[in-house]
Design a protein around this ligand. Sequence first.
Ligand code: ATP
Ligand code: MG
Length: 425
Amino acid sequence: MSVNIPRGTQDILPGTVEKWQHIEKIATDICRNYQYKEIRTPIFEHTELFQRNVGDTTDIVQKEMYTFTDRGDRSLTLRPEGTAAVVRSFVENKMFGDPNQPVKLYYNGPMFRYERPQSGRYRQFVQFGVEAIGSEDPAIDAEVLALVMDIYQTAGLQKIELVINSLGDTDSRTAHREALVNHFQPRIGEFCTDCQSRLEKNPLRILDCKKDRDHELMKSAPSILDFLNDYSRTYFEKVQSYLTALEIEFTVDPTLVRGLDYYNHTAFEIMSNAEGFGAITTLCGGGRYNGLVSQMGGPDVPGIGFAFSMERFLAAIEAEGIEWQEENRLDCFVASLGEEAKDYTVKLVHDLRKAGIKAERDYQNRKMKAQFKAADRLKARFVAILGEDELKENKINVKDMETGEQQEVALAELTETLLKKVEAK
Ligand code: ATP
Ligand code: MG
């Protein structure tokens, strides 16, 4: 009996993998320019890490985690997001003691959420994210935003929109929270059961509810921006003025709240408004999390970060119809005729590859014509033809597949000749 791929997951096949590699390269190159270094954390963590730090009123913790008990009776969870683990590692490895602060990190890897699969929503998806931990300078908020916009723009995306908000500091949030409770309490019975439990635990998250988003009390809900104290307001204004200086367009949306519990001050999302992108328009989400490091047992240092999924990034690229040149073109296909010549090409192709030439040969015992067809399919720039006669004379024919020109070269000089020809292309 055959076994199929699990729901909400996908195989990324050759042909598509190159697209992934392309955007991964853009993202990692840009991170390097901005001086972010890669961190790799385990795929699974203690369940507690997410329960306590992502927050037990969040969708992720309440409904979406892949949690299992291992043979040693420990509760482990496949990571649903990256920040909690990066901050855990920051604390555990005492990165706060590094003289280079803030610590600027990026990650790229699979995350797991038990979601209802649909376009743009998978159970295993790949998140690329950055975290800058150790600075509470609005300039670092602007830098993180500039970085992600740079990645998207370098990939060619134009129809994207940056939306920001401030969630304020603890004082501002406490005041806002009270106003929210007063606002929703009298009619909370009209909201979903999730919102009813959010009212006590985290009323801010009611604003993020997908079921009740059209309720009239949503639109009239008190805005966090009216509750920002001086520090929070000045901070937010500074972030905005830096963004303006960097010529990064943005809009402020006071109803933007992020799904995770740990955010304060700057919160943001980037949307795609490309036609045909689909119902889910959020490409990227992130924000500042000043209490998270100390909550995990580290010193009281602030942080900010974002994460986006590669799947939605690629979907946006597709929706905008962006194409790019495939780089991994075959330089030379070595065609051969006769048993002896065939044997000889085993080492010949190996030598070409060792010299940095992208080379291929026939493994299907094809006739010469079929070997040329194969070379065509592989878009080979050159075909080197070795027959019994050429082999006897220690020669080989090199055909330029674009111009049709043929040149006979000494076998010993093939590598050098090809290197020059490929270079000249
Ligand atoms: P959504 O509102 O779409 O559920 P979220 O608030 O759960 O998003 P975050 O936890 O902020 O998303 O994750 C950051 C980014 O990761 C999202 O903006 C999106 O690009 C991506 N993402 C989240 N969940 C999925 C998923 N199930 N499949 C693919 N990408 C996802
Ligand atoms: Mg979600």
